[in-house]
Design a protein around this ligand. Structure first.
Ligand SMILES: Nc1ncnc2c1ncn2[C@@H]1O[C@H](COP(=O)(O)OP(=O)(O)OP(=O)(O)O)[C@@H](O)[C@H]1O
Length: 275
């Protein structure tokens, strides 16, 4: 469980970017938590506070019952628990060849070579990037770099995975793969915190949401709690997912994902045919 207690953060004195945030992450049935909010609302700043790269100006962050300690060794231990994939993949790629980059943090942890090889092999397969194994990173596309950056964090097998805009720059197939990967990880018990401006993606993947606006949490809850309030979404410059629009404008049931909608329509069509 990660708990924020009255956390504020300011890059510049007296101009807080995060304002008195109190929340709990990692409750039952909340494997994938979404942080949504307009540009500049503080999502990335919140993520950097969660991994100890920024320190709250006020309040504290408690991970598994212990307040984050900002000493070097404590922060190294925290990174084993909470991994982050930045919005900009270049920020976390250090080595020139894909497999060396993915193995980098594992060498730092001084794991035996055999285990490093096994973990790297597995993650290359999982992300379907085995063909990139020996490629120089400078020749990869943006979407490929994103997958390498994610691989470099997944190998650490941290309990928490923070994904800042994981679908930015991905084509529709890349987005679909990301969705499947996150579902697979969550089904295996991985706790994920994700932020994205793609509301259809977030609606489908997240179990629980926090809306951040101007550094404050203005709403939290499940899909139906946060996405049915049109006025709130407008105030926070957020789009309504298409499944929510179908529900509100066409009075269809509120489907959790497009598969549920298609299955329901299909069985209705079949029912009509058999009459
Ligand atoms: N290193 C920094 N120094 C000073 N101000 C910063 C710094 N990084 C971010 N900010 C400011 O903090 C505010 C929140 O930025 P942040 O990147 O956390 O927002 P965000 O919600 O992630 O935005 P986006 O959706 O555009 O990624 C913005 O006003 C931004 O200009």
């Amino acid at each position: 469980m990660i708990e924020l207690k009255d956390v504020s953060f300011a890059y510049e004195k007296n101009k807080p970017t995060l304002k008195h945030i109190s929340l709990k992450l990692g409750g039952d049935h909340e494997n994938i938590v979404g942080i949504i909010g307009p540009n500049g609302s503080g999502k990335s700043t919140l993520f950097l506070n969660l991994v100890g790269m920024l320190k709250p100006s006020e309040g504290e962050i408690i991970v598994d019952g212990m307040p984050i300690s900002y000493h070097k060794r404590a922060l190294n231990n925290l990174r084993k628990k909470v991994g982050i994939v930045f919005q900009n993949s270049d920020r976390q790629i250090f080595y020139s060849i894909v497999q060396d980059d993915i193995a980098f943090a594992l060498h730092n942890l001084k794991l035996p070579q055999e285990e490093i090889d096994e973990r790297v092999d597995r993650v290359l397969k999982e992300l379907d990037i085995e063909a990139l194994r020996d490629k120089p990173i400078q020749y990869l596309s943006g979407g490929q770099k994103k997958r390498v950056a994610i691989a470099g964090i997944l190998v650490l097998r941290s309990e928490w995975l923070l994904l800042d805009e994981p679908t930015a720059g991905l084509d529709p197939d890349g987005k679909r793969r990301m969705l499947m990967l996150m579902k697979r990880l969550a089904a295996n018990g991985q706790k994920i915190i994700v932020s994205s401006h793609d509301m259809d993606f977030m609606y489908e993947i997240c179990d629980h949401f926090f809306i951040l606006n101007d550094g404050q949490i203005v709403k939290s809850g499940r899909k139906q709690d946060v996405f049915l309030d049109e006025q709130l979404l407008r105030d926070c410059k957020l789009a309504q997912p298409w499944l929510v629009k179908l529900h509100q404008k066409l009075k269809l049931p509120l489907y959790a994902n497009q598969q549920a909608l298609f299955e329901a329509q299909e069985s209705e069509l079949k029912g009509g045919e058999s009459k």
